[in-house]
Design a binder for this molecule. Structure first.
Ligand SMILES: [Zn+2]
Length: 378
């Protein structure tokens, strides 16, 4: 009997893999290597082929391959969860707890639950077959999804191609073919400082910014509400941070905001920047606008009618195409030419919360669903 998804998930939760960006200097809790080593050990014992892909110092993607029975690879399916998690409020979160049909612990749904179900399905095929004749299945356990998606970016950069990637985000076992993109911007207004008793001699950068914020949160937000996508609703804007000025008696010469702009398929980063620059020109405000992300985070839009996507959707007992708001590795892989969807146990509402959990029944259902889907491949 291969190890079950529940047993795998308990092991995975007990191996801390917080993204180093969230807990700098805490090597005993951060990085994906402990998780990757455990997966490698388990997969190797089952006779699966391993490949390491170093992405950052001490942080490697792990590729676990189930070769086709016929030996010749004509098609390829990736199972692509991520191994890193967000931080914790207490180290007790690394102790898996089963209670009332749920498994609690950091990473339970985001996305160690997916890793567990995906690997359990591969182990089942490896142990009991039958394996597809010409379809290669690769579990790609990725690093750094929660920060820069360096793992998925490295995977596509090194040229791996596939007919489908199933990305392990918590979707309550729904196949998701679309999600929004994400653009983070810094906007800085410039003024001229002067003594607080003579404000007419200066130019107030905070006042200018007040007009910008007002415009963004009212008229611009209203414009975005009218820009809609059938699976994703409308684009959004949020001013999440503001800082400017030093003290009451100085006219501020600088004010800065940070903007989170969620984009729809078809909206490019360049077009959004141009649109915001035009908005600033119309307001007559002198400001700089810069993109603060290290790499682009475009929206995901995979054709729900691709044969493999339809087949997976049927296996999930789902009738219509669905989208979600949050960004994921799927958009990175899709941008690299791999048709990608999301499918995982658990709910995004539990991801990133202190008490993260997943329903055990969903873990089981996903494992069975995947075994069926993969066995149906040629
Ligand atoms: Zn997450």
């Amino acid at each position: 009997m291969p190890i079950t998804a529940q047993q795998l998930l308990c092991e995975l939760i007990a191996l801390p893999s917080v993204n180093p960006a969230f807990l700098p200097g805490r090597a005993e809790l951060t990085g994906e290597q402990r998780v990757a080593d455990f997966l490698a050990f388990t997969a190797d014992r089952a006779g699966l082929e391993l490949e390491w892909q170093e992405v950052l110092p001490g942080r490697s993607n792990l590729l676990v391959r189930l070769m086709p029975a016929g030996g010749k690879v004509r098609r390829r399916i990736l199972l692509a969860p991520h191994m890193d998690t967000v931080g914790v409020d207490s180290e007790a979160r690394f102790k898996p707890v089963v209670k009332a049909g749920r498994l609690h612990g950091r990473g339970a749904c985001d996305t160690k639950g997916s890793i567990a179900a995906y690997l359990a399905a591969l182990l089942e095929l490896a142990a009991n077959g039958p394996r597809p004749r010409e379809t290669e299945i690769i579990l790609t356990a990725l690093v750094d999804e929660e920060n820069n998606q360096s793992g998925s970016r490295a995977l596509v950069k090194r040229g791996l191609q596939a007919d489908l990637a199933i990305v392990g985000e918590p979707t309550r076992l729904k196949v998701i073919t679309a999600h929004k993109g994400d653009l983070w911007l810094r906007l800085t207004t410039h003024g001229k400082s002067a003594h607080g008793s003579k404000p007419h001699l200066g130019k107030n950068a905070v006042h200018a910014m007040a007009r910008v914020v007002e415009e963004l949160e009212t008229n611009y937000a209203a414009t975005l509400k009218r820009r809609t996508h059938p699976l994703l609703g409308h684009a959004t804007v949020n001013v999440g941070f503001i800082a400017g000025g030093r003290q009451p008696n100085i006219v501020p010469d600088r004010c800065e905001i940070l903007i989170d702009r969620r984009t729809l398929p078809g909206e490019t980063d360049a077009a959004v920047m141009a649109e915001l620059r035009a908005l600033l020109r119309n307001l007559g405000v002198d400001a700089d606008l810069t993109d603060t992300k290290n790499a682009p985070c475009p929206a995901l839009e995979t054709d729900p009618n691709l044969p493999l996507v339809r087949q997976l959707t049927r296996c999930a007992g789902q009738r219509r195409a669905l989208g979600v708001d949050y960004f994921s590795d799927a958009a990175v892989l899709a941008n690299g030419g791999i048709p990608s969807v999301l499918l995982g146990p658990g709910d995004i509402a539990q991801a990133h919360t202190a008490d993260e959990w997943v329903e055990l029944a969903q873990l089981e259902r996903l494992t069975r669903l995947l075994v069926k889907f993969l066995r149906d491949q040629p």
